[in-house]
Ligand binder design. Structure first.
Ligand code: FE2
Length: 377
């Protein structure tokens, strides 16, 4: 475990039922104005449900523009479209209300708003993000990605067939308002997928090579909270206590993995998700037990300790328990239902060598990854 680290976190993190209503006060402070010009990026369904209007009315805000058409796995063109609309509004701040895709697209558009009109040069590493953009406040409506506190955004380049992160310390939102009430209307399938993403992130953070004495206790607490409450939230979406513990697990896990990095599940999940157009959390959940079994020789002691914190006997018992939980939450045992083809494997392996893979506790060579993917096909 690493004992030297530096933290790059949102200056304001609020958690709890109703905290979304602090957004007006925070945006007024950030913009230095009693009537800030705020641009909203919002999920289409939350806008239709009136959630954005409710928040705006309670916060005394009116928006100078709203973008509500962010698809899953946002493509570069979506970020360009937000930047184009932002440029027309002379906004002083951005608010994002939605899941990880909405927050990631908004974060990227906000940081580039004053310095670029296209995201591709940054995404391809030809241009660096060297200064802050517009202040951005994130209100996550799912409990899973942790995008509200991380310094990166996952974007898809459909032209070149890749999905990966764009990263800068200036992409950390100025405020993350994590309000579990926003997750009450999530359908069970989204609850399961986003919650299993959060569980994967927490477990990968605990065993990461780059885990620190800051990140590991947070990630352990996150894994325990998710373990104890995700199934309850899945079975009864209106259970506010379960929703609260799951949202907190997601937040704590994200604070941890923003420092520690992730692991081979996330290294593989992006190229597999891209190849099969699968939800990110579902892809992670299918991989998690299998990757943990591969990693076990390199992190047995740490996984044993995590198992104890989660009320399981030992590492093997924990991995079996995760496998069982995935089945109860409707996750299949492998990728066979989604037709993972032999022809896709080499591209997936080639595109899996990200920062996440470097943080994995064990080096996994191409042959080991190929064998794993063939077993799951
Ligand atoms: Fe994830």
């Amino acid at each position: 475990m690493i004992s030297a680290y530096s933290l790059s976190l949102p200056p304001c993190i609020a958690f709890g039922a109703g905290c979304r209503h602090r957004v007006g006060e925070i945006l007024r402070q950030q913009a230095g104005s009693a009537a800030p010009r705020v641009f909203a990026v919002c999920s289409g369904s939350l806008r239709r449900q009136g959630c954005l209007d409710e928040i705006a009315a309670r916060a005394g805000l009116s928006f100078c523009g709203v973008f509500d058409a962010v698809p899953h796995d946002p493509p570069l063109e979506c970020v360009d479209a937000i930047m184009e609309q932002l440029a027309l509004t002379s906004a002083d701040a951005v608010v994002a209300l939605g899941g990880g895709s909405v927050i990631d697209a908004a974060k990227t558009a906000a940081v580039l708003a004053r310095v670029a009109d296209r995201v591709r040069p940054c995404f391809e590493g030809h241009a660096a993000i060297v200064r802050p953009g517009l202040p951005m406040v994130a209100l996550p409506s799912t409990a899973g990605t942790g995008a509200e506190v991380t310094p990166n955004a996952v974007l898809s380049d459909h032209l070149k067939g890749v999905k990966r992160s764009i990263r800068s310390p200036f992409m950390v939102p100025v405020a993350a308002l994590v309000d579990p009430e926003l997750t009450l209307s999530l359908p069970p399938e989204v609850t399961a997928h986003s919650g299993l993403d959060a569980l994967t992130q927490a477990v990968e953070s605990v065993i990461s090579r780059q885990a620190t004495s800051f990140s590991r206790p947070l990630a352990t607490a996150a894994a325990a909270a998710l373990w104890g409450h995700l199934e309850r939230a899945f079975l009864d979406g209106a259970d506010l206590e379960a929703r609260t513990r799951v949202a907190e697990g997601s937040l704590l896990g994200a604070l941890a993995f923003a420092q520690s990095g992730l692991g081979a599940v996330h290294g593989l999940a992006h190229p597999i998700g891209h190849a099969l157009s699968l939800p990110h959390g579902l892809t992670c959940a299918i991989l998690l037990p299998h990757v943990l079994r591969l990693n076990l020789p390199a992190c047995r002691e740490t996984l044993d300790a995590l198992a104890t914190a989660m009320g399981r006997r030992d590492a093997e018992d924990l991995i079996d328990g995760i496998d069982d939980l995935c089945r109860r939450l409707g996750v299949p045992e492998g990728f066979a239902p989604y037709r993972l083809a032999e022809a896709d494997l080499e591209t997936i392996i080639a595109n899996s060598r990200s920062g996440s893979m470097k943080a994995n506790p064990r080096d996994l060579d191409d042959d080991t990854l190929r064998d794993l993917l063939q077993r799951l096909s």
